[in-house]
Design a protein around this ligand. Structure first.
Ligand code: FAQ
Length: 330
């Protein structure tokens, strides 16, 4: 009885201490201070950031596949060099992001294993196929364009390592967007067939790109807490709207038609799109998109084929540590 009372008192003390820490933590967030890896943070903050940053990392890595598919078929040497550089940049983004997620206490192996086991998500957009060269232009223009819209506010995210990683990522995404748009300009100024190919790619990518921003605000599960913790600065719908408003004039400049006959411009100048087919989004998220199985199979194969590199690196690190210990003992 006495021990039970002591335990209850200890738990109450801990709860009080945690409540005090949580209040201090929120005050730091409200004052726009950055949270760093060794700072106290609520378990739920750590969890949601690990979730978001690792999903983001997986997206960058899986995101190499649709464009990687066209490296050998790029129409000129200049296009090939630019595409190679872009795909390599995406790999670099994945690596910074895994490093940022690791500062929250999960190992890279755990994070990657969760993705390969199908337990962790990556962006829905990378489950669509790249059928023609115009898809490469469209991905740079729209997918990187949407990524920039979403990631610029993340440069002000409350978690320091994520915010800092985003600065470089956004600079590189901006180059990616320009290379994609330039491909589109070239195709749209080219032959009838080239312009038709550009229009066809826009028709196929438009709606999936709008889905990249996530479910509508009314059904977004994490938005409220992520906004309170200044991980998110804008809601899913707000970013989607900003993207649509920025993109419609770009499509007009290209002479392409947004595949949404119901789209209207309101008195404030905002372009209002029609209802998004959220059943398609759910299908893609549950593994039933056009390329989910191929993407997972490609990542699993690459992971297996890279096992020797991880083993060699681990063995080198172990030998080096042994040498350093021996030298320190001398
Ligand atoms: N796909 O409650 P919310 C790139 C999930 S850019 C798949 O609204 P939250 C660059 C969400 O995770 C693409 N899943 O979630 C590139 C959650 O599931 P959970 C990557 C999605 O976190 C370009 C559930 O739905 N960018 O890679 C999607 O508040 C070209 C409920 O959603 C980022 O990851 C989706 N589209 O807001 C690379 C940016 N949307 O975790 C190569 C960072 C939502 O409960 C080539 N992430 N879900 O199982 C974010 O800003 C946020 O996480 C959102 C979602 C906005 C994606």
């Amino acid at each position: 009885m006495y021990t039970q009372a002591l335990n209850t008192a200890e738990t109450a003390d801990r709860d009080l201490e945690d409540a005090g820490k949580a209040a201090q933590f929120q005050a730091r967030i409200d004052a726009e201070e950055r949270i760093e890896p060794n700072d106290w943070m609520p378990a739920a903050y750590r969890k949601t950031l690990t979730r978001q940053i690792s999903q983001h990392a997986h997206s960058e890595i899986v995101g190499m596949l649709p464009e990687g598919n066209w490296i050998t078929r790029a129409p000129t040497l200049r296009r090939k060099a630019a595409l190679l550089a872009k795909v390599q940049d995406e790999c670099g983004h994945g690596l910074y992001l895994y490093a940022a997620a690791e500062t929250l206490g999960s190992s890279r192996e755990e994070l990657v294993d969760a993705m390969l086991a199908g337990k962790a998500k990556y962006s829905s957009i990378f489950n669509y196929p790249t059928l023609t060269w115009a898809d490469i232009g469209t991905i740079g223009w729209l997918v990187d364009g949407a990524a920039i819209m979403n990631q610029i506010p993340l440069c002000r995210c409350s978690y320091g390592p994520y915010a800092r990683a985003m600065i470089r990522v956004c600079k590189e995404e901006s180059f990616h967007q320009r290379q994609g748009y330039e491909i589109m300009v070239t195709l749209c100024r080219g032959s009838e067939e080239q312009k038709a190919m550009a229009q066809d790619a826009l028709n196929r990518w438009w709606w999936p790109v709008l889905m990249m921003f996530g479910p509508p605000d009314a059904t977004s599960q994490h938005s409220d807490t992520s906004t309170k913790w200044k991980i998110k600065r804008f809601s899913n719908d707000e970013l989607r709207q900003k993207f649509v408003d920025a993109t419609v004039p770009q499509a007009q400049y290209l002479g392409l038609t947004i595949p949404d006959p119901g789209m209207t411009q309101d008195a404030d100048g905002h372009w209002r799109h029609s209802e998004i087919d959220w059943t398609e989004f759910k299908q893609v998220l549950t593994g039933n998109g056009p390329c989910n199985r191929d993407r997972m199979a490609a990542r699993r194969k690459a992971h297996e084929e890279g096992a020797w590199v991880r083993e060699a690196a681990a063995s080198y690190a172990a030998k080096r540590a042994q040498r350093q210990t021996a030298q320190a003992a001398e």
